[in-house]
Write a protein that binds this ligand. Structure first.
Ligand code: DGJ
Length: 554
């Protein structure tokens, strides 16, 4: 699989800006990552991966996220072994999958457990971060130039090798640089190298960034900068007051990671991203202090610092293991940052979250963690969600950034809404209304209805493990593509005084390569006699056409 220099240079997987959004382009076409990340140790053995590949295919993944560690590719300084890289690329090729490699270099989950033995054991050359008492921590200091040089060299060699073996094939489409960086055990590094930097003025580039982006800054960052008087010069404490430690660490971690990424991009400029061990929500300051979560990592409130310090990082991604999935997505989806979720729950919730992430945030991809633990892929609802969405990919890509696509998920953040009548049960259900295309949409989550139905109808055949979620596209003025599960949808006029809305028809079906292949025509009981479109507990897609009629002839 030797790359063919010349013809691939134009066609390297890249991010393209479309209508203010960014799309991942692979082989000239928009590509949405329907991914999954394997457990940390799985990709260290090709034999171990063998039975996993077919399960990934059955789950309808198009991309797998695989760790590649520094310790395995450079076991002896300067002697590289890429057999594992080659075998993984070959395995993905055989199964028609794309790869995102995760570079476990100087840090993985805020510690340095994946550096080679020759790095781990040479504390003099590769000094550790220290806490306020001067105790060495389990992580190499991000102020170590030796570590930065050695990591960059290894990463550069890795990228050069990927170019050589895969530059003409594009099986590898993106690379994560390090994993969940930041400092644990102390809000800031107190190594003498760090102390020296902490006494220096805040870099001009960071001040300039803050000044140019003052209106859009993350509220926490603006608050600590403002609290200290919006100073435009001074040392870290003078400019950021009590929040100085975390900003200082964020700047220096981001600089380090950016240099590693830059070294790799010189060889092969694939899109590169970092992932965040989430800290407190931007709206809840009391949920932990820096050092209890990795201080200086790319948490929401440090996004601006990372953006200013790391221009070679294309995407800053959240690993979402929090219940408030939608609020994390809102924090990371910014004009300067497309949403990509490299890690999240792999249980039934994942089958729902994907519709929200793509529909509401134009996410470029989604990937539950520990995907290799799903032993019966055909029974997991994620496989059905991925199947529905992979056929829709050209259509979804067309509507990115147009405002004609929306998504939702019942992650507990919606209130009770209205009374619905379904299965002869009246109930208040959670849900919401919105406008999309030429109509008002009213969405009710059916879990509440199912619970009440079960109370009056024992054995009610309804599973509700998967939260309500959906993705809706207004493809025409009166035509909608609706996908998802566990909700009911009604259409209302925007002007409810003179008009009413009816369903012209509902089709179930599937998309194949963006083309609609219709199945049953749904009517009668299946649509409440033309009043709603109902989605049960299996991910499905439907084409709905509506019409409006006047309430009075006069
Ligand atoms: C987040 C890390 O990034 C992953 O590599 C893995 O360790 C998971 N946590 C475990 O839940």
């Amino acid at each position: 699989m030797v790359g063919d220099a010349g013809d691939f240079i134009m066609d390297i997987p890249h991010l393209r800006r479309v209508d203010g959004r960014r799309q991942l382009i692979v082989d000239g076409k928009p590509f949405i990552i329907l991914g999954g990340e394997v457990h940390n140790s799985s990709s260290s053995s090709l034999a171990y991966m063998e039975p996993i590949w077919p399960r990934l295919v059955s789950l309808n993944l198009n991309t797998v996220l695989l760790p590649i560690s520094w310790e395995l590719i450079e076991p002896e300084e300067g002697k590289f072994n890429f057999n594992l890289v080659d075998g993984l690329i070959e395995g993905a090729r055989r199964h028609n999958l794309k790869i995102i490699f995760l570079w476990f270099g100087t840090w993985k989950n805020a510690v340095s457990s994946y550096v080679p033995a020759w790095v781990k054991t040479d504390q003099k050359r590769f000094p550790r971060a220290q806490d306020a008492m001067g105790r060495n921590l389990d992580a190499i200091s991000c102020f170590s130039e030796n570590a930065l040089e050695a990591d960059s060299r290894a990463f550069k060699s890795l990228m050069r090798h990927i170019l050589e073996v895969d530059g003409g094939h594009h099986i590898v489409i993106m690379v994560q640089v390090e994993n969940e960086v930041g400092l644990l055990g102390s809000s800031r590094d107190h190594n003498p190298l760090a102390e020296e930097q902490f006494a220096k003025p805040v870099p001009r580039e960071l001040i300039n960034y803050l000044q140019s982006n003052v209106r859009s800054l993350n509220p926490y960052l603006r608050c600590i900068w403002g609290g200290a008087g919006f100073k435009t010069s001074g040392d870290w404490r003078e400019v950021f007051g009590a929040g100085a430690d975390e900003v200082f660490m964020a700047w220096h971690f981001a600089r380090y990671v950016d240099s590693v990424a830059a070294a790799g991009k010189v060889e092969y400029p694939l899109p590169m991203f970092v992932n965040a061990w989430l800290g407190p929500s931007a709206y809840a300051y009391e949920e932990g202090r820096p050092g209890e979560y990795p201080s200086g990592g790319p948490v929401a409130r440090m996004l601006d610092v990372w953006r200013a310090a790391a221009p070679h990082i294309d995407i800053i991604s959240p690993d979402i293991y929090r219940e408030d999935f939608s609020s994390v997505c809102r924090e990371y989806d910014r004009l300067d940052n497309p949403l990509f979720i490299p890690e999240t729950f792999r249980d039934e919730r994942s089958a729902a979250y994907i519709f929200y992430a793509i529909g509401q945030h134009d996410a470029i991809g989604f990937s539950p963690f520990g995907i290799d633990d799903i032993l019966e892929p055909e029974k997991h609802p994620l496989s059905e969600s991925y199947k529905v969405l992979s056929g829709m990919m050209p259509l979804i890509a067309k509507f990115y950034g147009t405002g004609r696509m929306m998504g939702f998920v019942d992650d507990g953040t919606y209130g009770y809404h209205h009374v619905e009548s379904l299965w002869r049960v009246r109930a208040r259900v959670r849900g919401f209304s919105c406008e999309l295309g030429d109509y008002q949409l009213r969405i009710g989550f059916t879990r509440d209805l199912a619970e009440r139905a079960r109370a009056v109808w024992p054995g009610f055949p309804y599973e509700d493990k998967v939260p309500a979620s959906g993705l809706i596209i207004a493809v025409g003025s009166d035509e909608y593509i609706v996908a998802g599960m566990n909700f009911m949808l009604r259409f209302l006029p925007k002007d409810s005084f003179s008009l009413n809305v009816g369903i012209l028809h509902v089709e179930e079906g599937v998309f194949r390569d963006g083309e609609w292949v219709p199945g049953r025509r749904l009517n009668g009981d299946e649509t409440g006699h033309g009043t709603y479109v109902l989605f049960d507990d299996k991910p499905r897609v439907r084409m709905v056409k509506v019409y409006s009629y006047r309430l009075s002839d006069s």
